[in-house]
Design a protein around this ligand. Structure first.
Ligand code: GSH
Length: 235
């Protein structure tokens, strides 16, 4: 990777987690090639990421997986420009938001992927259970986010980069399953999403996502059909 001799990124651009790490690297000015890898449980990958998931990175000291610790590692290794506050409490607030997004928003949305993106059916119990957790997460986020214009203030942080890729794919899942907009459900999120889309890093990541996602949806005979209209997410 250009300017990124000590970190190599593994994964593929359909993954919101992979895209979040790539987005952070780009925000740090660390664009370069990545090593295209799909998630598997074979030895070839589990000796690099014990869970066999993507993304993972290779550092000068060894492999590292799980997106939140990868964010932390990148921030410590490449502190400029800063995307996480120095002060312990403020930094922990950023992490708190990311954790809530990962556990209570991303995870229940992901449980719906089979019926939306993978040519399978979601059971009514999964649809109902996911909605309960997503609603609770949105209620929590309403209490936490500022949208001024970023989630936690005037400066972009890890929370924006991480949450953006959850909301971006989550909008598709939520619309398809519940027939309403996730971005509209969290008031102010549509403007924040627009702000994030306008960033150079996001444009690069989304260009690769859209190309790879279209191939993925076709290969899975997905129920979700990607709208062709520009700005459909805000309609
Ligand atoms: N907790 C992990 C989640 C990563 C994850 O779920 N990656 C997906 C792709 S978006 C994956 O590898 N799925 C395949 C699998 O679960 O086996 C992280 O923070 O990186």
């Amino acid at each position: 990777m250009a300017g990124l001799n000590s970190i190599a990124l593994y994964g593929y651009p359909v993954s919101n987690y992979f895209n979040a790490v790539r987005g952070l690297l780009l925000e740090k000015g660390l664009e370069g090639d990545y090593i295209s890898t799909s998630a598997k449980s074979d030895l070839d990958i589990t000796n690099k990421n014990p869970m066999g998931k993507i993304p993972f990175i290779k550092t000068t000291e060894g492999f590292l997986s799980e997106t939140l610790p990868i964010f932390e590692y990148i921030e410590t290794t490449y502190p400029t420009p800063r995307l996480a506050p120095d002060a312990a409490y403020e930094r922990a607030l950023v992490r708190q938001l990311m954790n809530i997004c990962q556990v209570y928003l991303e995870d229940p949305l992901r449980r719906l992927y089979p019926g939306v993106f993978m040519g399978e059916q979601n059971s009514s119990s999964v649809i109902a259970a996911s909605k309960v957790t997503i609603d609770r997460a949105i209620g929590a986020l309403e209490k936490m986010v500022q949208f001024s214009p970023y989630l936690l203030g005037s400066e972009i942080t890890h929370a924006d980069v991480f949450a953006f890729y959850i909301f971006d794919i989550g909008e598709r899942v939520f619309r398809h399953t519940y027939n309403k907009s996730l971005l509209e459900t969290l008031g102010g999120a549509a403007d924040w999403h627009r702000t994030m889309v306008s960033r150079n890093s996001t444009q690069i990541v989304l260009a690769d996502f859209e190309a790879a996602f279209s191939v993925y949806l076709n290969s899975k005979n997905a129920a979700w059909i990607e709208p062709k209209t520009n700005g459909w997410m805000y309609a």
